[in-house]
Write a new protein. Structure first.
Length: 552
């Protein structure tokens, strides 16, 4: 296990301990916000939360504020990927070191998501949201002026703290201020931020880096974050301090090490391979502590993450389907840039522009899918969306070195059209099945499992691509003999323009590697198609119409 990962665990446990001690010394509030219930809560006219958040403000202003915060948080997460090679040069660090700007961000989110129900139960909504945006803004400023990699990493982790708080709070707020029969449109509107931001991130990042400097990436998000911070201060209402929530310190430590180990292991497996000792140790330690965390959560009176949400079959099914879809979704996000940039020679900007029309389609379709969900439920949407996703993912498994750019754009557009019917409707279907007091635990559990699934899916599909590429290389090399008339004809033609025999052989092996990599990518898309088929089979068991959220 690397020194970075060990230091991360020590740092996370130390922070949790300090927070717990500080909270225990605070005096309990004289009055807690009473959990809303019954029909009155369901019909709250503005920002009156059904999940015990209190009257946090006008519904329209609340939605605008949290959506802007979520958009800039997700956008920031995807902007940095294209800039990593340039940062390596500026900070003079290795690839494994610079990757910690991505891995560290993911690990901090992995720790914050499970403990977010405690934070939401402990602090007023406005205080928590403003704190999250403040962390994010400070982190963005530090990153923009960072003179060294250490300062850059510190700013990035600070951003991750703020983003983790914002994302979890956004989901709970949307569930709380909208009744079940209107949550489809509400969550579909949220989907604009959740789906559109990561799609335009690579395009915007590629253009800025191509013409300016990577530091401008943080100058772009910082003003947006500050504006949202001001809006939150003005538009969100203060609510009485909440009850004296208790943090299960033992469970928090277990979740920190468990989710951190699993996420780190999956992340490193994609680049280093599953056979590395560092990967194996991280996964084993993470899995062990996740077992301890599950046991602790089931036995504790105040669990960090309430596993009793899985008592509700609809939530369990929708979470599993969403996790499988997340694994398959990352096929295009991970494999297409490799194909376009490494094999076809497109610039990062060109690769990003290919995904932009699909992102626009998803942004337009997301609230429409939510509107349809409010009327017919998730089952029909999921089935239609998954069929479209299966067909388009299957078509992506037929790539060649001559596949037209326009064909790729249309395939990606139709794939995003199908996926716009999946993410938010399926998640909303599951969360609607939970009682109000489990909203924060349900969103935390669903997001945690989706994040783990995304990391696992990325590592798994990259491994499939790598292993199948090696297989195809060996297969083509075995065919490169003097008994192959087609090959000898190609060699004869090449020697007419390239007199050196060694140069001809080197060129042939380069072409073999190129073709084998394309075949490896196609095989990974084929596996992703299989995952989508699995999700389709499970989607038939979703409810055919909307159902009311339990009142307790």
């Amino acid at each position: 296990m690397s020194a970075f990962f060990t230091g991360y665990i020590v740092f996370a446990v130390f922070v949790l301990a300090v927070v717990n001690i500080a909270l225990r010394r605070r005096k309990p509030a004289s009055a807690a916000v009473e959990t809303a219930g019954g029909a009155g809560a369901a019909a709250a006219p503005s920002g009156q939360g059904q999940g015990g958040l209190g009257d946090i403000g006008s519904r329209g202003k609340v939605v605008a504020t949290v959506m802007l915060g979520a958009f800039v948080a997700i956008l920031n997460q995807t902007l940095i990927n294209v800039a990593l090679p340039h940062m390596m040069q500026d900070f003079n660090v290795e690839t494994a070191t610079i990757q910690w700007l991505v891995t560290g961000y993911m690990l901090v989110n992995g720790v914050l998501i499970p403990i977010s129900p405690f934070l939401i139960a402990k602090f007023p909504t406005k205080t928590l949201f403003v704190s999250g945006m403040s962390f994010f803004s400070i982190g963005a400023f530090v990153c923009s002026i960072a003179p060294t990699f250490a300062v850059m990493l510190a700013g990035r982790l600070t951003q991750a703290v703020g983003a983790g708080i914002i994302m979890q709070l956004m989901m709970v707020i949307m569930l709380s201020i909208f009744p079940p029969e209107r949550r489809g449109v509400a969550m579909g509107t949220v989907g604009i931020a959740m789906m559109f931001a990561p799609a335009i991130g690579p395009t915007l990042s590629g253009w800025l880096i191509e013409h300016y400097t990577w530091r401008l990436l943080f100058y772009v998000v910082l003003p947006i974050a500050i504006v949202d911070l001001v809006l939150a201060s003005l538009w969100l209402k203060k609510t009485p301090r909440k009850g004296n929530a208790v943090l299960d310190m033992q469970g928090a430590i277990y979740s920190t090490i468990g989710f951190g180990g699993v996420l780190y292991g999956f992340s490193e497996a994609g680049s280093k391979g599953w056979g590395q000792a560092e990967v194996a140790v991280s996964l084993v330690v993470g899995a062990l502590f996740l077992v301890l965390f599950t046991w602790r959560s089931l036995c504790s009176e105040h669990p960090v993450l309430n596993f009793r949400v899985f008592r509700y079959p609809v939530f369990t099914l929708s979470t599993v389907i969403g996790s499988v879809i997340n694994m398959a979704m990352f096929a295009a996000m991970v494999l297409l840039p490799v194909y376009l940039q490494n094999l076809r020679g497109f610039t990062p900007l060109d690769a990003g522009l290919l995904m932009l029309p699909g992102a626009i389609v998803m942004a337009v379709m997301s609230p429409i899918s939510g509107w349809v969900f409010d009327r017919i439920g998730a089952r029909a949407l999921a089935i239609v969306g998954l069929i479209i996703t299966i067909v388009t993912t299957w078509e992506f498994s037929k790539l060649t070195m001559d596949t037209p750019y326009s064909h790729l754009i249309w395939l990606y557009i139709f794939r995003m059209f199908g996926m716009s019917m999946l993410g938010m409707p399926i998640m909303t279907e599951g969360l609607n099945a939970l009682p109000r007091h489990l909203y924060s635990h349900g969103t935390a559990m669903a997001n945690t499992l989706r994040q783990v699934a995304a990391s696992l899916g990325t590592a798994f599909l990259v491994t499939v691509m790598s292993n199948r590429t090696k297989f195809h290389v060996e297969h083509y090399r075995n065919e490169m003999t003097e008994n192959n008339p087609f090959l000898m004809d190609v060699v004869s033609q090449l020697k007419q323009t390239i007199p050196s025999h060694e140069a001809v052989v080197q060129l042939l092996y380069g072409l073999v590697q190129q073709r084998a990599t394309v075949e490896g990518i196609n095989d990974a898309f084929f596996v992703a198609t299989g995952l989508t088929v699995l999700a389709l089979m499970m989607a038939f068991f979703l409810k055919g119409k909307k159902h009311k959220s339990p009142s307790a």
